[in-house]
Design a protein around this ligand. Sequence first.
Ligand code: ADP
Ligand code: MG
Length: 699
Amino acid sequence: MRPQILYPLFTDVGSLPGIGQKTARSITKLAGPRLVDLLWHLPTGLVDRRTIASVASIRQGGLVTLVVTVDSHLPGSGRRPYRVRCHDDSGGLDLVYFHGKTDWLSRTLPIGERRVVSGRADRFQEMVQMVHPDHIAPVEELEQVASVEPQYPLTAGLTPRTLRRTIEAALAAAPPLPEWIDAGLLKVRGWPDWQTAIRQAHQPQDAVDLEASTPARARLAYDELLANQTALAVVRNAWRRRPGRPINGDGRLTEPVRSALPFALTGAQSTALAEIRGDMASAFRMLRLLQGDVGSGKTVVALLAMLSAVEAGAQAVLLAPTEILARQHFATITRLLEPVPVRVDILTGRDKGRGRAEILKRIAEGETALAVGTHALLQEDVAFRDLAFAVIDEQHRFGVDQRLAISAKGPAVDILVMTATPIPRTLQLTAYGDMDVSRLMEKPPGRRPVDTRTVSLDRLDDVLAAVGRKLSEGAKIFWVCPLVDESEDLDLATARERHEVLRQHFGDRVGLVHGRMKAGERDAAIAAFARDEGDLAGQRVDILVATTVIEVGVDVPAANVLIVEHAERFGLAQLHQLRGRIGRGTADSVCILLYQPPLGDVARARLQTLRQTEDGFAIAEEDLRLRGAGEVLGTRQSGLPKLRLADLAQHAELIAAARDDALLALSRDPDLAQDRGKALRVLLYLFERDAAVRYLRSG
Ligand code: ADP
Ligand code: MG
């Protein structure tokens, strides 16, 4: 249960007086639906209105606050703006309004009255004027107006003033909270308490107050990192503390499957498998990360581990982040399991009604030994007879909540998380805390290097000619369209356009796949490309135009050419993932990165890196160097929790501190039951890491 002290912060913005539905919607879009979301929406700039000027002193344009007396109103007409003529002791000033509303203006600026006005004033020869003042107020409010105003990122339909007022209301609702930071640390760092910090962060007085290193901002960032690390540590502790269940396979399934593989496991795969089996056999609850580059062979390792659980008479599950990936895993696993009688079922959001009910029945009765699927497997009515082992693929799409949900489906579920994101250590801490890690550093043998080239979009005609030659040699070609912006519609439009152009050149052999397709259509498009015989009507598809939906793990071993349009718009990690789609088969592979000249320095360095190496870890390090953590983490592939206050580039040093602090606090008070522990619980709720609280023994 959320602590009562936080209730005010978790009320809806719409419940504030004076906030209508429309404004509430805009605010929700910008920051989030509740007051607490507004607290995390920190200013990115400030407007300094402290200069109180006289009209005569205004030379060049600038932001000023003035006290003036209103002389007359000159209503506008046609293109002429409405003018309100004013003066102070030193000279005359016009307030200028385009499309000014007469009655509002005469009410706000009555003739003969004195008013504070603030805004940008400009001088044209002898005329001083202020177009659309930001503020008009009675003289008594001079002090409030002549101050420093925080400036916030905005969205359409929201004025700066409305947003500021709403944030002020959120600040007013922010109570003093019990201190969760270690007293010694607080003192050494010179950080304010939480309530002071959140207020200071929203009330910058100077540009330096906007920097990430100010005590207020550093503290808030630390709070967020501490919440994150505490949640991870709680989960891990709980895991370690729960009775595990020694699972020992006898090899009767794994051995036939392993010996039927058309290859031998690499050393790295064998080591990882041994580590996983060691965890499974122990009395501890396993929580392990299997990290390995795209194509490093994680799936086989995971499958053999799952089979050990089946050998021990239990069930295993594989959770994938997307429908496409789930289907692919299902297909791979079904194929690899041919030598043994093991029932695999797949469950995704697509399964409905009777079909779904039958699958659920098989899972519940234990007839299904291996279940593969998406989030659909986490639904409450999915029950296992005896689930012992869960593999979560590409875990960044899942969170602690999902781990919790899946672990609740068995008496002692061991968990293996697979990720293809090679992230450096500090960043890894943020995503996973101190998890045990197995790494697949070496790639399977026989993997042919990909010939990567960069080509200017000016030479598109040459590329099309080359594509024609490749097609006649039997190539299978992925053509990835650019990210246009955050809008899927625009991404789609460019993909459609490219599809059309390619069809004009190469006819019906060009297929299209994009994120807006229904899952079934998408699978069919990919399957048609993957099959040599083409689609159901027998139409061969040799070029597949795709938006970035293919980046996460689509496996078409025959694909040997990848063309990425506007490669300069993609992140390094993303390009690396995309390139992982080819070079899986026996044919020579080529990756063409089409770029729009002129290239900036960073884009050039990025493309250069890709030409030089295929090592995911080297690429990740280079990415970090070129762009800084913030951006690496910003990419869709990053695998990190969304942080609203901490900036991993700027606050990197705080991560390890937060980790140590969390571990220490939990070692002293494992159930967060003492004073500081209770404060840490408040912190977990404040940052909505409360899934972790359910792991604690009391309350
Ligand atoms: P990941 O999941 O790590 O991206 P996969 O498990 O999908 O990688 O493996 C990629 C490809 O490499 C698959 O086609 C798989 O059959 C193959 N593969 C896996 N292990 C080996 C190995 N030891 N030797 C040769 N090929 C392998
Ligand atoms: Mg895979």
